[in-house]
Design a protein around this ligand. Structure first.
Ligand code: NDP
Length: 301
């Protein structure tokens, strides 16, 4: 089937497109930079610079909506916060407008969100039924993104909202930034390290997106996190051990706050999230434990 993927050139989206192609589907990627997008996507992937390029008579088997400016692209100044919000909301609105315009409404919208929805939540154990503990910018961003996607329900589309944890993969996201530092033995615990980190291996993440696309029984909000979240201290020690380096360093919280401003809250706060709905539906994680995920991702192959 033909699947529209916004953000398909990104870390998660490009891995998803590769799996879609391997399964015989045809991704159609929305990208602001089509040439760059083509260079990271499977050969012959169709890339559109605007959703207007999709004809009203085309049939889409589903949509995966991941586009959004990177949260770690710089300090959260007021203009940057506007861009973080607008990049997600404008794209999501355009996706819903496309669904209205198509002669045949696509059956499913799988739309991104993040565990930041729950706000900085201390030690509280969070499932899909939990409400936000702190209504900080992370919460407002995710909530507005989700509410915008919910417009698709008015078109009788099946909607899946994927509250994603920190995705671990070799070629992007947080791990790709940390690995060179840890390999030099310079990795540091962040603050006191007691904050929770809800993570997921990229393979499990793309499996969840594919399942949401393909399985008509899958609907609603899902936490896409491994079943065993860890503290930042645990993560720091596990990553240092995976690259066989010591882990004595600490990045003090005041220094991070000074250097990063409000963005430091993403590193010094966290969420202890459990994928209750995936587990209730019998989803099998290939990498439920952090140490196994890191062994897979940090090895030489
Ligand atoms: P990437 O930053 O790797 O990719 C995001 C994509 O969004 C880019 O390829 C880009 O496509 C598009 N994009 C970037 N800025 C804008 C903009 N201003 N306007 C429109 N489109 C834009 O992100 P990931 O693949 O890591 O994540 C995908 C989504 O999942 C993101 O929204 C992210 O916030 C969310 N998420 C990711 C997590 C992670 O750990 N990676 C964790 C939780 C949520 P192009 O340049 O081709 O237009």
């Amino acid at each position: 089937m033909k699947v529209l993927v916004t953000g398909g050139s990104g870390f998660i989206g490009s891995a998803l497109c590769a799996r879609l192609v391997r399964q015989g589907h045809q991704p159609v990627v929305l990208s602001r930079r089509p040439d760059r997008a083509r260079s990271v996507l499977p050969p012959d992937t169709r890339v559109v610079a605007s959703l207007d390029e999709i004809d009203g008579g085309e049939t889409l088997g589903g949509i995966v909506n991941l586009a959004g400016e990177n949260l770690f692209a710089g300090r959260w100044t007021a203009p940057r916060k506007d861009r973080l919000m607008a990049s997600r909301i404008h794209t999501t609105r355009a996706v819903v407008a496309l669904c209205r315009r198509l002669e045949q409404t696509p059956p499913v919208l799988v739309s991104g969100s993040a565990v930041g929805f729950y706000g900085d939540a201390g030690d509280a154990e969070l499932t899909e039924h939990s409400s936000a503990r702190r209504k900080d910018f992370g919460y407002r961003l995710c909530d507005t993104w989700e509410q915008t996607a919910r417009e698709a329900q008015r078109l009788d589309m099946r909607l899946c909202l994927i509250r994603t944890g920190v995705v671990l993969g070799r070629d992007g996201g947080m791990l790709a930034k940390l690995l060179p530092v840890y390999r030099l033995g310079l990795g540091a615990r962040l603050g006191n390290g007691a904050q929770w980190l809800s993570w997921i291996h990229l393979h499990d993440m793309t499996t969840i997106l594919l399942r949401a696309l393909e399985n008509p029984a899958v609907e609603g909000v899902f936490n896409a996190t491994a079943p065993h979240p860890v503290t930042q201290r645990h993560f720091h020690r596990a990553l240092a051990a995976a690259v066989h380096r010591p882990a004595p360093w600490v990045a003090p919280a005041p220094l991070l706050k000074l250097a990063l401003g409000e963005l430091s809250g993403m590193l010094l706060g966290g969420q202890r999230v459990y994928p209750r709905r995936l587990e209730d539906q019998g989803f099998g994680f290939r990498y439920p434990q952090l140490e196994d995920a890191l062994a897979d991702l940090v090895g030489d192959s």
